[in-house]
Design a protein around this ligand. Structure first.
Ligand code: IMP
Ligand code: MG
Length: 179
């Protein structure tokens, strides 16, 4: 793998496609154990989670459903003040075991602002599963229940994650190069 350039920034190889797929398979197995007879509803947060959601779903062997919302708070390489709900919830979640799927938890702001919308419905349970967990960056009280990778507080792209819209179509994950 080689360094890639997106706009003005250089990124170095960080997590390979194979490592990602291995962790996602493990997560699918864990969910099979935890949700065997619960027919969970996966709530995927667009845009960044589309590949993670698709790959996880392919490995799930239990009965499960999926739906999507689109939330955004990022511009460039840092979080903005606002969380925008670009596509809202259109599914009835009452009585359901819901698992939120996020590509990455950074400050936790996006989910912290979104979670109250779910609390108005009577969910059977709610858990959060993420591909990448930037633990050190967490600034809001959001509890991550399943994380494929704990990563340091550095900007990453690839495998669904973007830098100003680009970089999502890479199988591997890259980390912003120190300048
Ligand atoms: P938070 O609200 O600060 O937790 O940020 C969550 C959202 O910001 C994620 O769902 C991503 O879409 C985006 N994000 C956070 N960190 C990164 C990163 O390192 N690269 C690309 N997108 C990121
Ligand atoms: Mg996201």
């Amino acid at each position: 793998m080689q360094t890639i350039k997106i706009y003005d920034k250089e990124f170095t190889p960080y997590i390979t496609d194979a490592e990602i797929q291995d962790k996602i398979k493990l997560l699918a197995q864990q969910l099979k154990t935890d949700y065997a007879d619960k027919k969970p509803l996966f709530l995927s947060v667009l845009n960044g989670s589309f590949l993670f959601t698709a790959d996880l779903f392919k490995h799930l062997t239990i009965k499960a459903e999926v739906c999507f919302v689109k939330l955004a708070s990022y511009k460039g390489v840092s979080s903005t003040g606002n969380v925008i709900t670009a596509i809202g919830l259109d599914t009835n979640l009452s009585g359901r075991h819901v698992i939120i799927l996020e590509d990455i938890i950074d400050t936790g702001k996006t989910l912290h602002h979104f979670l109250p919308q779910l609390k108005t419905q009577q969910l059977a349970s709610l858990k959060i599963a993420v591909l990448l967990n930037k633990k050190e960056a967490l600034a809001y009280p959001v509890q991550v229940d399943y994380a494929c990778f704990d990563i340091p507080n550095k900007f990453v792209v690839g495998y669904g994650l973007d830098y100003d819209g680009l970089g999502r179509n890479s199988k591997d994950i890259y980390q912003l190069k120190e300048s």
